[in-house]
Design a protein around this ligand. Structure first.
Ligand SMILES: [Zn+2]
Ligand SMILES: [Zn+2]
Length: 335
């Protein structure tokens, strides 16, 4: 019986007991495939960040800094609701992207503002990207099991729906926390609220640690006697770089997540159809890189039944990723 690797296509082979499981995974091919899949999620994340920053007036940011109260500003930062879609009213290009998720429903046209429409469109793109990822890994699973079943869409859609909604909320929540913290800090430090507002606006979408890094860089430039204009340019560029890094990290982590979920559902389907013998186990395989962290090293080689949870240093885990940027994989070892 072959096993299925979570890296998707063309990765079916057999692991015999005693063989190194890490060696049976073509990590380079897996990375190449992930890189391809990360693009849409990265771009969608960037669009969510932009959609968050765009509609906020500078005055509102300045008032928040002046008063030390982020509340009025935070009212602008909300996760998009995902109401039912009216496909008739959606532009043709969008309709094509939305077709696989019609049942989940995303209303682009019923959104009140352009910013809301952009956010929903971005969420839709993430959802579509995740969906195609899971379907792709499902197809490879069916190939590995002799093509005797195909992964039906309903097996992946609910998870993807839920995960996309969670992801958008996660991005939004982290951004709100970063804004709250930054406003409080700038209030204590003082300075012209208008000037600080212009500095903060391009940073909306960053995490707290990233916002702090930009503020620190600003202090360093001031100490170094750099002109205001040059500072603004340097900090804008630095902020954009960090936004791209955040989007990159989200995309990487979500790709691992979507692949593992698609694989999980394929395993379950295989069990349901009697294609996998009882007693087959999922094995956690850590990325063989030098920088593999203690959490993943600890998980490496652990066996769990299909549908079971892995025990980790950070609590029970259904599947990779164990943490952002985790590159671990699961293999199915049949008995
Ligand atoms: Zn790790
Ligand atoms: Zn890992």
């Amino acid at each position: 019986m072959p096993f299925v690797c979570c890296h998707g296509h063309h990765e079916t082979t057999t692991v015999r007991k005693g063989e190194s499981r890490r060696d049976r995974i073509d990590w380079k091919a897996a990375d190449r495939q992930r890189a391809k899949q990360e693009g849409p999620i990265r771009r969608a994340s960037m669009r969510i960040f932009e959609a968050m920053a765009d509609p906020i007036p500078l005055d509102v940011i300045a008032d928040a800094i002046r008063s030390g109260q982020a509340d009025a500003l935070l009212q602008y930062i909300n996760a998009p609701e995902l109401p039912p879609i009216d496909l008739e009213k959606v532009p043709a290009k969008m309709r094509k992207a939305a077709t696989p998720v019609t049942a989940t429903g995303v209303a682009i046209t019923s959104a009140a503002t352009r910013a809301e429409q952009k956010e929903i469109a971005a969420a839709l793109q993430i959802r579509t990207a995740l969906q195609s990822l899971a379907w792709a890994s499902g197809e490879s699973a069916s190939a590995g099991l002799g093509g005797s079943f195909t992964l039906a869409n309903p097996y992946t859609v609910p998870w993807l729906e839920q995960r996309t909604a969670e992801l958008v909320v996660e991005i939004t929540t982290t951004t709100r926390e970063a804004i709250r913290e930054t406003v409080a800090q700038l209030y204590l430090e003082g300075g012209s609220p208008q000037r600080l507002a212009r500095r903060v606006k391009p940073l909306i979408g960053l995490r707290s640690d990233q916002m702090r890094a930009v503020l620190r860089r600003g202090e360093e430039l001031t100490v170094a006697g750099v002109s205001q204009a040059a500072q603004t340019r340097a900090l804008d560029a630095y902020g954009r770089k960090l936004l791209r890094q955040r989007a990159e990290l989200i995309a990487r982590t979500e790709t691992v997540f979507a692949q593992a979920a698609g694989q999980n559902q394929a395993f379950q389907l295989a069990v349901d159809q009697g294609l996998v013998l009882a007693g087959s186990v999922r094995v956690w395989v850590a990325d063989p890189g030098e920088r593999t962290c203690p959490i993943c090293l600890d998980l490496d080689g652990q066996e769990q039944p299909i549908g079971g949870m892995f025990e980790s240093l950070i609590g029970p885990l259904e599947m990779p990723p164990a943490h952002p940027n985790c590159r671990c994989a699961i293999v199915l070892e049949t008995r």
